[in-house]
Design a binder for this molecule. Sequence first.
Ligand SMILES: Cc1cc2nc3c(=O)[nH]c(=O)nc-3n(C[C@H](O)[C@H](O)[C@H](O)COP(=O)(O)O)c2cc1C
Length: 301
Amino acid sequence: MAIQFLGKTLKNPMVLASGILGNSKDILERIHENGCGLVTMKSIGPEPRDGHKNPTVIDLGHGMINAVGLPSPGYLNMENEWRDLEKRDFPLIASVYGGSVKEYQMVAEFVSSKNPDFIEINISCPNSEKHGMIFGINPQSSHDVVSAVKKVINVPLIVKLTPQAPDIGDIARTCEDAGADAICAINTVGPGMVIDIEARTPVLAFKKGGLSGPMIKPVAVRCVFDIYKAVDIPIIGLGGITTGEDAIEIMMAGASLVGIGSAVRYRGIDIFQTVADEMEAWLSDHHCSHEDITGAAHKEG
Ligand SMILES: Cc1cc2nc3c(=O)[nH]c(=O)nc-3n(C[C@H](O)[C@H](O)[C@H](O)COP(=O)(O)O)c2cc1C
């Protein structure tokens, strides 16, 4: 089930979401070998950042809440990772964040020189004070950051959006106008909070965090549906995808590729091949192809 995406051939439509398995070539390669068509690195920032104090991730059973806080060695301190990754033989998205348009531009320009296949800008992180989401909830700042990054990179640009945008279709259209080649949606939902009632305190050290996993899937499906209506560029749909039927659902909303993050915890690193096989089985039972189902929920009658 090979698929074309922005000029590259992927072995299947499955994508590893950013931030789930880090940036080491060995792990990312293993994920690709285990059935993932396209892997995304953890978001890389302008300077070294520790992230938030533990606990940072709690499994709620029906999904997770996290406030890892964008830990990053900083883009200039990843020589070992880049040296290994430049010799890879699998398709790679490098994810970038910043605290200002200039920082996004600076990091993205440097990362572009390391030859990833795609660059994704994370304008959607809900649990960092000044990074990310603030850009993705406002059309003007989304436009500014996308057009600035587009000027300095030489690979296709993916923009990762937040469901917190008042009109995510409008933001996606603005990003497309500013030069985005694809949209990725969604980042985590929130922030939310979980309180330990015995300890009478929030369970996360940062108190608030982003929600992910099965409980956010209906939000992700709605966002992808709205984005598909607004743009002509392809969409990577993610948020709670755990099974082949989930993948079919988000494709029917309009996704061309399907991302998986939290569900790696629930079904292990083979999940990419498992979900790809489950999708194939569904398509074969229903006598249809990927092309038939992408955006199928928009068709009248
Ligand atoms: C622990 C954790 C860390 C994450 N780190 C990043 C990150 O660095 N950059 C980013 O764009 N998204 C990050 N995300 C968001 C995921 O890539 C994904 O958009 C979100 O979790 C929804 O997908 P899911 O429900 O399949 O997990 C992170 C999510 C989790 C759970």
